[in-house]
Design a protein around this ligand. Sequence first.
Ligand code: F3S
Length: 397
Amino acid sequence: MKLTSEEQDMLDGKYGKAAKKSMEILTTLGEIFDAECMVEVYGVQIAGVSYANLGEAGLEFLNKMAEDGKVRVLTTLNPAGMDRENWQALGIDEEFAKNQNRAIDAFAKMGIITTCSCTPYLIGNAPHFGQHIAWAESSAVCYSNSVIGARTNREGGPSALASALTGKTPKYGYHLDENRHGQVLVEINAPVKGTDEFGVLGKIIGDKLVELGKKIPYITGIPSATVEELKSFCASIATYGGTALFHMEGITPEYNRYPKPADIIIEINQDDLNKTRNELIDDNLEIDFVSIGCPHASIHEIAEIARLLKGKKVKKEFWITTARPTKKIADEAGYSKIIEDAGAKFAADTCCVVAPIKGRFKGIMVDSAKACYYGRAKNKFKVKIGAIEDCVKEAIA
Ligand code: F3S
């Protein structure tokens, strides 16, 4: 790889041990993927924040990097294993909380903003069209590449941290025009509405892409989509298809930048949507947990939940998972009081997947196809997908 003199100095240790280690990680990655050079990144988002994923080995790596490492660009974190202020109320044990805070402290020491969210684009870590970034959370990577038109590969925890400490990433993959073309034409012949339905659609397309061995769909037939619908779609298609970039005609900014694929066509109709929705509803289901906010709830979604919960009482454990800055807006707007008076709980900084709650509930209802996947695979819950309104109805039933 061609390195600038500053990058070479980092590699030679002139900027300290953490910068040297970071440049070693990035040049190794760059060589594996034949990158010609590094590119400057505007911002970073780091995953692998939950102590449940990090463990002592991960924590040791972080502490080592924190000895002299300092971020060079704006960097935020993915959800942690607990709400950092309200963990007791969510049933997190003290030992886990202590260890989670040790990890957050190491990130803070490096100058990372310790806001833990999978929707960095909703809380100020937001690139604009064409900017290079290094993000790690799969749904956010898909959103930034597709909906914003920024450029990032899906980074692992160590490579994202390395980019934060150097301000660079190797220029390969989705950073290059030649890797951003649509590969498969997908025609939607049915109305799609709501976060749950966009999640169902993401699963259908994701599953088909895996069958075809392709990654980038070019989607037609969606006349409009909200931020919330697109974030749900991104989470789902990234989960089921490993997709980090899609184009949606008339909606995403690069849809007409590259030729429309013509050779492989997937058609999706109402029957496909119904069938796949049923796959996300388990038999013999007893729902004792409802969670909204995968990816993290926006202020629009929280306003909607407050409207639906006003004057009601929930009868089941009900979490709204969101970023702490979004929760603060909800506090100021009076939504939090309505929601908490109804007995629902905010779980800021975390989510129903990364929190250590495996086996604690029998069945979960969510509006997210991604949460269905991990609710089953990781937490061993039975699952049901439904619209936000139906989730709230279930919680108060
Ligand atoms: Fe975010 Fe957790 Fe879902 S990290 S995308 S809320 S699984």
